[in-house]
Every structure is written in structure tokens, then in C-alpha cells.
Design a binder for this molecule. Structure first.
Ligand SMILES: CC(C)(COP(=O)(O)OP(=O)(O)OC[C@H]1O[C@@H](n2cnc3c(N)ncnc32)[C@H](O)[C@@H]1OP(=O)(O)O)[C@@H](O)C(=O)NCCC(=O)NCCS
Length: 228
């Protein structure tokens, strides 16, 4: 399935499925981190020593299980795309924690986001990419969060909006900012300065995911640097 974003096509993939991706769009996979099909051991065996060590430090069983499943899923998808075994992938992290492929060398860029039991992986050819996904939570004090993080005009727009429109507007802004921050890899703390430099070429695409019935739906944004 494909959706047309403002600036680029976004391809949704059945998990993990695809063995190649077109280089003219962005590709998205989502994973239910609480789906234990395949077993825990199978997931763990493809993790790196560092990932297994990080897993053992997670004392909360749910967090640990989700971490292992998420890392295994990312490795499985990237491994299929690159034609290598998931455990053979070497994934490094930048100075601010952004993961990237070390081995094999490839023009593929990826980024990951999770919210509760949902993980989203996006892949792009060539240009860096950032993603943020959020399960839409009812009952959160969105205005309070907005006042802490958004500019005054945006807060005023939110205050004036009807409740349904307010939720949508809030999550669009929130996820777009997070995605842009994750594109640069600097996180929110230094993102403003960094994203200002790439702002003229910044491309953002919003998406929605319908999850299993009875689950909140998820919204997200993807940011990438467009081609010259
Ligand atoms: C990295 C950051 C941008 C994202 O954090 P988050 O929204 O809590 O988490 P997400 O689930 O979207 O992303 C986490 C994943 O992104 C990746 N990641 C980690 N550091 C990253 C970085 N510097 N840049 C890009 N991606 C990063 C990792 O794959 C990580 O997964 P892992 O925890 O399993 O290793 C975080 O450092 C940050 O700055 N958060 C600030 C939150 C905030 O104030 N938001 C205000 C919104 S307006």
C-alpha cells in the first residue's frame, strides 16, 4: 500500500516482507512488540552482544521483551533488504544515539520509533531520515504539553480549536518536531539550530496506522532531507 505525502511517496509493508525497496520513496514497517510469535529465543539469537547486554539491564520484563522483539524485527527487515543474516548486521550509534548501518555499507538510511507496544521502522535510500510515532492517548493534558514545548502562535491555535481538531493538530505538530529532531540525530535539545540549516529542504509526511480493534490508533510523521 502506498500513500502520497506532501513531498514523497510512503510505502507501507506487510511485516517484514519486502526484499527490495524503491529508491524514490520512503518505506515503513510496523511491528506489534507484544506479539510473541516466533518465540523469544529466536529473537534474541540475532542480537549483537551489546544489544543482549542492554536487554539484560532492563529489569522490567515487558520492557525487556519489547526491546528484544524490536531489535530483532529491525534486524530481520534490514537483513532481508541487504541480503545478509540479521545477526551479521553491524549497527552503530552516533554521538547522540542515532543508530546507523556500519556493515554492510549501503546507501540505506533508517530510523525507528516506538510508542507502547508499537514499533515503526522507516527506510530511505541516500538521505537521512527521522520518524516519530505516537499512540493517540485520550485524557492527556495536551494543552499543558503544548505550552511546555510549542511556540505561542501554535499554542493559541490549539486553544482555539475544537476538541477533535485539537488532538489532531497537537499530534501533527508533536510528531513532525520529533521526526525532524531525529532526522538530524541531535534530539530535541539541539534540533532547532540543526534543522534550521536544512529547513529549506526538509520534507515531512504524516501517516496514520489502524491497529488491532480496540486499540488506540497511531499517528506519526517522517522527516527527510529532500534532493537538490
Ligand atoms: C531521540 C529522541 C529525539 C527520541 O526519543 P523518543 O521520542 O522518546 O523515542 P522514539 O521511540 O521516537 O525513538 C527512540 C529510537 O530512536 C532512535 N534514536 C535514539 N537516539 C536518536 C537520535 N539522537 N536521533 C535519531 N534517532 C535516535 C533509536 O532507534 C531509539 O530506539 P531505542 O530506544 O530502542 O534504541 C530523544 O532523544 C529526545 O530528544 N526526546 C525529547 C522529547 C521531547 O522533549 N519532545 C518534545 C516534542 S515537541
Amino acid at each position: 500500500m502506498k500513500t502520497r505525502g506532501a513531498n514523497f511517496d510512503l510505502w507501507f509493508h506487510a511485516s517484514p516482507g519486502a526484499t527490495e525497496v524503491r529508491d524514490d520513496g520512503v518505506h515503513l514497517w510496523n511491528c506489534d512488540l507484544d506479539d510473541t510469535a516466533g518465540g523469544r529465543a529466536a529473537g534474541e539469537s540475532c542480537l549483537s552482544a551489546g544489544e543482549r547486554e542492554r536487554a539484560t539491564r532492563l529489569k522490567n520484563e515487558t520492557a525487556r521483551r519489547r526491546f528484544v522483539r524490536g531489535r530483532a524485527f529491525v534486524r530481520e527487515v534490514l537483513g532481508r533488504l541487504l541480503g545478509v543474516a540479521p545477526r551479521a548486521l553491524e549497527i552503530g550509534v552516533g554521538a547522540n544515539g542515532k543508530p546507523h548501518l556500519v556493515t554492510p555499507t549501503s546507501p540505506i538510511r533508517f530510523n525507528v520509533s516506538h510508542s507502547g507496544d508499537l514499533l515503526v521502522l522507516v527506510v530511505n535510500y541516500g538521505a537521512e531520515i527521522g520518524v516519530d510515532v505516537e499512540l493517540v492517548a485520550s485524557g492527556s493534558d495536551l494543552l499543558a504539553m503544548a505550552r511546555d514545548h510549542f511556540a505561542r502562535p501554535e499554542v493559541r491555535q490549539l486553544e482555539a480549536a475544537a476538541p477533535d481538531a485539537r488532538i489532531e493538530f497537537f499530534y501533527r505538530l508533536w510528531t513532525a518536531r520529533e521526526a525532524a529532531a531525529k532526522l538530524s540525530g541531535y534530539g530535541i535539545a539541539r534540533a532547532s539550530a540543526e534543522t534550521a540549516a536544512i529547513a529549506p529542504r526538509l520534507e515531512v509526511c504524516h501517516f496514520e496506522l489502524e491497529l488491532k480493534s480496540g486499540r488506540p490508533h497511531a499517528v506519526g510523521a517522517i522527516a527527510r532531507v529532500g534532493r537538490d
